[in-house]
Design a protein around this ligand. Sequence first.
Ligand code: GLC
Length: 452
Amino acid sequence: MNKQLNTCRKWVWVLMLLTFTKSHAQTITAANRADWFKDARFGMFIHWGLYSILGGTYDGHTLPDESFENGNSWYAEWIQQRLEVPRDVYRALVKQFDPSKFDADSWIKEARDAGMKYFVITAKHHDGFALWDSKVSTYDIGSTPYKKDILGELARACKKYGLKYGFYYSHCEDWDHPGGATPSWTPQKSDAQFEQYWNEKCLPQVTELIQRYSPDLFWFDTWGDKQEKIFISDKRRDQLIALIRKQSPKTLINGRISWLNPGNDIDFLEMMDNEYPPELLQRPWQTPATMVHSWGWHAKDYNWKTAREMVGYLVSNTSKGGNYLLNIGPKPDGTFPAMAVRRLREIGGWMAANAEALYGTDPVLIKAPQHVCLTQKSINGKNYMYASLVHALADSRIVLPVSYDAINSIHILDTGMPIKFEDADNKSIAILLPQKTALADDGVTVLKIALK
Ligand code: GLC
């Protein structure tokens, strides 16, 4: 009798578990899958792989180098092609990949402290090297002296610090597999060869990444070149999307799965590198952005943007409904360059005081004055508008097309300082800024406008 009762109880549990899992799986829909992404606004991008070992220089030549026919680029992750590194020499870098100072926890903590809400790393870049131990290729972390499960450690750290995580996967270009696409100036592969790469490497590796790491996002890469036109047909695009949807309904897919025709089944549009659309876009979107010119570590790329500039991009994208995915190219020993750490912490300092104006906000559909970015949200049933001043203003009196009667108060978000405003005409107010604020002496300043 007791035995029967126990079996019965067991079945009730199984049934409850099944219903629970099912109802949770069902809650993810095409309409809500990207909700977290829309609220997140700010993410960390990482370009890290064999190219990081070369740091932009090979055999006495440093990118960009016009003595090579295709050497005029800062992109250090392209060094194999642009500085014509022989395949064997490049492949042999596998034996040098040994990032003894890599610490997943410190990377993700750095991202969290900068105010970033998600993390995307190059699981496989164009060179074809897999940053995890792949079953379908030996050109991977498993063949390096390091061997450790970098992606697994990062995924765990992301969970610990509350970040979503995803993988960049170069689905079109693959310079190692005999069928993968290669740059436009190299001999082209046939469609049959590409199909072989697609079935032998691309689809199985994407499946592996899903099954092993359950990513929140995939970042695919095309940019409208000849290779995309030839190889990434709508059929292949849809096949890849279907494979991901089937195995992992929560996983977001970016628009650069097919730059020329992303279709309607992707989750967000991906701008071109460092591209900032001038206007609000109707679909969720993001800009992938660099701190220097290169994505991968380049020891002689001294073109560091200031934290101030980067905060400006973040704020401006947010006001247009977009996100900002900011890249770091870690060094071969596994550490972030000090210049990147300094900037991340400066941005983090700004975020500690001002993030309220970004997370979970919507754009404001009125025309903002030049250098002013607007966002809005409600907190505990009260409505607020945020006006971020991203550059020095020509005039310390700014006019906003909002009626005087609609406004309760205006304060500087971080200091709490009250700001005077007056009725400019029937439809707008004039905000009277202290000179220091108007000159943007203290960096990007946010005004919090409480609405009635
Ligand atoms: C480009 C480059 C690539 C980089 C990417 C990031 O597509 O080919 O090196 O990963 O942009 O946006």
